[in-house]
Write a protein that binds this ligand. Structure first.
Ligand SMILES: Cc1ncc(COP(=O)(O)O)c(C=O)c1O
Length: 425
């Protein structure tokens, strides 16, 4: 039999850092060790009950749906965008896919542009670009700018680059950093993107989890060139349901069409019952609003708690503004770490996990230099259902450390262990 080989452009793709960490964590658990899963970024909250019920009552829906999505769902997503972002858009601007991740890959496969990627960035963007044979241009960011891209940095990069089509991936609230853009920063980025005709994919999957509930989109400032990527996975706790949404401006409808063609020859359409249930989620209700408010309050208090504990231990990072993550920088411990032969963020995470049971993901996995001691910390190792019930009992009571100790004990203990470990370095 002739040996079938892997295509050359796929040979360099490493298995994801998350999977590697998962294996190590499982091994420790099998040895009976306590593990604090601060590396994984899944929503801790249950899907709102009425959305679950909508899925149950739609289980009999068995026919394939149109490739671009259930018309009622495309309408509901457009209405949601109009309500939450005051965007001019209709159902014809919306594409539904099996998770925004699949849509992000589809867009890269369908287009000829080079990909501008700020570092740090979510782990999957670069491998997706490799799969789609795209050129990636990393854009440096700085910790003092919340690890976010400035308009000036974008301008400089566009001036340096050849006159090829360019697509920028901008994610906010950000994974791995937890920061987001202020409206005036978005306005400045919009001016530069317009000047250089950059199409921007605004990955706003954590938008509804901006802690103050006032998420702004680049599409409000650069409507003609912004494609919004979002979905049910984060704010609705439904990552495993696999439903993502793209919102295209009229100027990019040809890209929606191209992606729909790819979809028609690959996934065909998202699961029918899930699409019916998603209509309920995007239409929203008082109960869903309440669920979201409580989710944001819990995430906010946790983020603040972890942030202040770590800052008190000379760890640096931008203040958290939304989502599930912080991006601590342990550079203050550089000489102690070097003495222990810990030279990279990856070995930092390995030592930390082995010695304390605390799992973090190395900054290297997010495009940072390997010798920078940055890591992603996800503060979502708790039972979101229990926390929501407790927080909802007395809405007037401020959530505090005792709430975290009681209802998010693994995050509380994990942070204590991490701080003890730093003290012992
Ligand atoms: C920044 C970011 N974008 C996109 C995704 C993909 O989400 P999904 O495919 O579940 O919609 C994730 C999931 O972790 C993410 O963190």
């Amino acid at each position: 039999m002739t040996r079938v080989s892997i295509l050359p452009h796929l040979k360099n793709i490493k298995p994801s850092a998350t999977l590697f960490l998962n294996e190590r964590t499982q091994r420790l658990i099998a040895q009976g060790r306590n593990v604090y899963r601060l590396g994984f970024g899944q929503s801790p909250f249950p899907v709102p009950e009425e959305v679950v019920q909508a899925l149950q009552t739609s289980a009999h829906q068995k026919n394939y749906l149109p490739v671009k999505g259930l018309p009622a769902l495309r309408k509901a997503v457009a209405a949601y965008n109009r309500k939450t972002l005051a965007l001019e858009c209709g159902p014809e601007n919306i594409l539904i896919g099996p998770g925004s991740k699949e849509l992000l890959l589809g867009l890269q496969m369908a287009t000829d542009a080079d990909l501008l990627l700020p570092t740090p960035s979510w782990v999957s963007y670069e491998p997706q670009a490799q799969i789609a044979r795209k050129k990636v241009i990393w854009l440096e960011t700085e910790e003092r700018n919340k690890w976010l891209l400035t308009a000036d940095q974008l301008d400089q990069a566009c001036k340096r680059l050849k006159a090829r089509p360019k697509m920028l991936l901008l994610n906010y609230p950000n994974n791995p950093v937890g920061s987001t853009y202020e409206p005036d920063e978005l306005g400045k980025l919009a001016v530069v993107a317009r000047e250089h005709q950059v199409v921007v994919i605004a990955d706003e999957i954590y938008g509804a989890l901006e802690f103050t509930g006032t998420h702004h989109s680049l599409a409000q400032y650069y409507p003609e060139g912004t494609i919004i990527s979002a979905g049910l996975s984060k704010w609705c706790g439904a990552g495993g349901w696999r439903l993502g949404t793209f919102t295209f401006p009229d100027e990019c409808i040809h890209l929606l069409q191209a992606m729909a063609t790819i979809a028609s020859e690959s996934f065909s359409a998202v699961s029918t019952p899930v699409q019916y249930a998603a209509v309920r989620a995007f239409e929203g209700s008082e109960v869903i609003n309440r669920y979201l408010e409580l989710s944001r309050r819990i995430l906010h208090v946790l983020a603040q708690y972890v942030y202040h504990e770590l800052i008190a231990h000379q760890v640096t990072m931008p203040a958290p503004e939304g989502g599930f993550y912080l991006f601590p920088n342990f550079n203050a411990y550089r000489s102690a770490l070097i003495k222990r032969e810990i030279f990279t963020s990856t070995t930092f995470c390995e030592h930390l996990l082995e010695e304390t049971g605390v799992a973090l993901l190395p900054g290297e996995a997010f495009g940072r230099p390997e010798n920078e001691y940055t890591c992603r910390l996800a503060f979502v190792d708790f039972d979101g259902g229990v926390a929501l019930t407790a927080a909802g009992k007395d809405p007037s009571t401020a959530l505090d450390e005792s709430f975290i100790r009681i209802h998010c004990p693994l995050v509380h203990e994990g942070i204590a262990r991490l701080c003890d470990w730093l003290e012992g370095l």
